[in-house]
Design a binder for this molecule. Structure first.
Ligand code: KIV
Ligand code: ZN
Length: 517
């Protein structure tokens, strides 16, 4: 079947809402704006930009994104509560293509234990929620949360009532990732066959990945009549995450012969967008992750390499360039100019303002003096390093380390916040990094538990930059930090400080937060 004859599936991206709910993945406003712009460039149809009632940060993000990002519908989430819906509309009202997404749980478990409501009350509240949202805007999505575990007769009733009240999309979430493909196919086909007004709304699906079946379940739903898939970049999301956008989109594109369906996604933007989200959230993409993992197109076995050389399609069902892997990894050197850097940054998925370009270019020149060859990974790392230096939080001014095997290390760290500088000397610790982390904890008065610490090279070669990711726990919440340097101790120190800076931002926001889903 040619792409022109294919049924078009709407791609609803929830990286900025469900994705951001995954532990340690919170983003600041600038980061959210950058991701939203990248999603629009990727060609997603709908961007769920946040859940405005939950925090001033979410409200601001939805408001700014709906005002400034064009080319996609911008959506805000709300429970079926008057205050939620009003707040979502307040955030969306200045946008010219917006959607309100209201949800209410419907399964017996949620009705009995979470909501303490009977079926009649659920239907009444769902209808009230949709009706209130509809008074503000035409484009309304309704989700019966935990739909996959809801009795099918009741689910049909709720969906019918929501459509009658004005829902234009009915989203069927598998909130806890319990469904299997045949089960979920049956849920969707039951709705298609039994809800009398189903033709007045688009059926959407929102699958979580607890059993690793989110993509398979979403595809089964498309086969049975779903017209919208909710998904996230790199499969981010609550717990094991959501349906991965890149996987579901490439499954539809590669197996168009079978599904007879396609999306408008500009697939060569998949890898840059995946890298951008990974860099911003600190959630590293596993090497063998389908489509966007570093090894997704690497052929190691001799027989495979031989086959590939004879005919690529022997072992490759997609071309790496179709998902955004480039062969031109070696890009710039010390004679490259600002325009070349700006060009490369754009190709990698970054939108740099003029001011940002000026500072990143300075960093690039300094790095090009130290390293002969500057790769894509180096450029991405430099940009991320700059972006993670959060204004008005702690900055690393200097550190000294003295380490001798068999003896406790001695370190001194100097940090700056605003116009205040503070230093701390520590003569203890399990190695220099542990001592550096302790010194930072003392200066910032934030005591954390380090849950994960990794250093990997940003590119290849002996002079490669080290890229460090640190995950810490503070007051029961997870925060990530990232640091880059040609010196791995400095990369680790910067990553730890970056995590502390995320705590500072979180602390400022937390006082005003409401509970999320
Ligand atoms: O998983 C879920 O049920 C959700 C809803 C809010 C759609 O995220
Ligand atoms: Zn979800």
């Amino acid at each position: 079947m040619s792409p022109d004859e294919s049924r078009q599936i709407t791609i609803f991206d929830t990286t900025l809402r469900d994705g951001e709910q995954s532990p340690g993945c919170s983003m600041n406003l600038d980061e959210k704006l950058e991701v939203a712009q990248a999603l629009a460039d990727l060609g997603v149809n709908v961007i769920e930009a946040g859940f405005p009632i939950t925090s001033p940060g979410d409200f601001e993000a939805v408001r700014e994104i709906s005002r400034t990002v064009s080319g996609a519908t911008i959506c805000g989430l709300a429970r079926c509560h008057e205050r939620d819906i009003d707040r979502a509309w307040e955030a969306l009202r200045d946008g010219n293509d917006v959607r309100i997404h209201v949800f209410l749980a419907t399964s017996a478990i949620h009705r009995e234990f979470k909501l303490k409501m009977d079926k009649e009350e659920i239907i009444r509240r769902a209808v009230e929620g949709v009706t209130r949202a509809k008074a503000y805007c035409d484009n309304i999505e309704f989700s019966p949360e935990d739909a996959a575990r809801t009795e099918i007769d009741f689910l049909c009733q709720v969906v019918e009532s929501a459509i009658s009240a004005g829902a234009t999309t009915v989203n069927i979430p598998d909130t806890v990732g319990y469904a299997t493909p045949a089960h979920f196919a049956n849920v969707i086909s039951s709705l298609v066959n039994r809800v009398p007004n189903i033709d007045q709304a688009v059926i959407s699906v929102h699958c979580h990945n607890d059993l690793g079946l989110a993509v398979a379940n979403s595809l089964a739903a498309v086969e049975n009549g779903a017209g919208q898939i909710e998904c996230t970049i790199n499969g981010l999301g609550e717990r094991a995450g959501n349906c991965s956008l890149e996987e579901v989109v490439m499954a539809l594109r590669t197996r168009g012969d079978y599904y007879g369906a396609d999306t408008r996604i500009n697939t060569p933007r998949l890898v840059p967008t995946s890298r951008l989200v990974s860099n911003i959230t600190g959630m590293v993409v596993q090497r063998n992750k389908a489509i966007v993992g570093r090894n997704a197109f690497a052929h190691e076995a001799g027989i495979h390499q031989d086959g590939m050389l004879k005919e690529r399609t022997t072992y490759e069902i997609m071309r790496p360039e179709d998902v955004g892997f480039t062969h031109t990894d070696l890009v710039l050197g010390k004679h490259s100019g600002r325009a070349a850097l700006a060009d490369r940054a754009k190709a990698l998925g970054y939108h740099l303002s003029e001011d940002q370009l000026v500072v990143v270019f300075e960093d690039f020149k300094a790095l090009a003096d130290k390293k002969k060859e500057v790769y894509d990974g180096d450029i991405a790392a430099l940009i991320e390093q700059r972006k993670s230096q959060i204004v008005d939080q702690w900055q690393l001014i200097s550190y000294q380390v003295q380490a001798t095997s068999g003896q406790a290390p001695s370190v001194t760290v100097t940090l700056q916040r605003g116009d205040k500088e503070a230093s701390k000397k520590i003569d203890a610790g399990d190695g220099p990094l542990d001592a550096l982390f302790r010194a930072i904890e003392e200066i910032t008065a934030r005591s954390v538990v380090v849950r994960d610490f990794r250093v990997q090279s940003a590119t290849r070669g002996k002079d490669a930059q080290g890229e460090s990711i640190v995950e810490v726990e503070y007051n029961g919440k997870t925060y990530r930090g990232r640091g880059v340097s040609t010196d791995t101790v400095e990369a680790g120190t910067r990553a730890f400080l970056n995590a502390i800076n995320h705590i500072e931002i979180g602390a400022a926001e937390q006082s005003q937060q409401e509970p999320t889903v």
